[in-house]
Design a protein around this ligand. Sequence first.
Ligand SMILES: CC(C)(COP(=O)(O)OP(=O)(O)OC[C@H]1O[C@@H](n2cnc3c(N)ncnc32)[C@H](O)[C@@H]1OP(=O)(O)O)[C@@H](O)C(=O)NCCC(=O)NCCS
Length: 169
Amino acid sequence: MTIELIRTNDPVTMQRLVDLEKAAFGSGGLNVWQLVPLIRHGRVFVIRKDDEILGAIQYMLDWENRCKAYVVGISIHQDWRGRSLGTELFAASLAVLSRENISEVELTVAPDNSAAIRVYQDKLGFRRSALLPDEYGEGQDRLVMTKKLKLCGEEDGQVTYEYPHRNAE
Ligand SMILES: CC(C)(COP(=O)(O)OP(=O)(O)OC[C@H]1O[C@@H](n2cnc3c(N)ncnc32)[C@H](O)[C@@H]1OP(=O)(O)O)[C@@H](O)C(=O)NCCC(=O)NCCS
């Protein structure tokens, strides 16, 4: 497995990212018009096996706090879930953000998304900070979760996360 920051918008990569989004989130998935700006101006990381993208995570910066990143989304291909790829991808990308002076990461998740909350809370140490009722429309509440990284501006801040290097098959 390799984890990398996406820098290009080549058609094969874009199609794979859009397909992953559609499979995971249906009509709520990111399209190419949303993914390209995130690649160019945010951060998009993927996890690959033999050149095939198996999952992706996207971040944007928070305008109110330039040391805070917001997780736009994370998804792992359905055939590969439950094998720690999501945790590895998230942890590795957090380590990169930490080196880029990001001190806090925030996300929202559906309160009934137990697998995602298990990753965020139990495996990566995110804390529940708020519940936003009807955030995405009536009945679509979102749980806000946050994780502190190192202090912004700290020169030799430690990399908070290590992810296991293993050859998941
Ligand atoms: C959330 C997601 C990215 C996690 O990726 P993943 O590779 O499956 O994550 P991991 O394998 O690292 O960890 C998943 C954990 O959830 C657990 N889990 C799976 N289904 C679960 C459930 N219904 N209830 C509780 N825990 C569950 C797994 O057992 C595993 O924990 P473990 O390693 O202690 O056994 C993936 O499930 C996904 O793509 N979901 C669809 C998109 C989505 O919901 N994204 C999050 C939007 S906020």
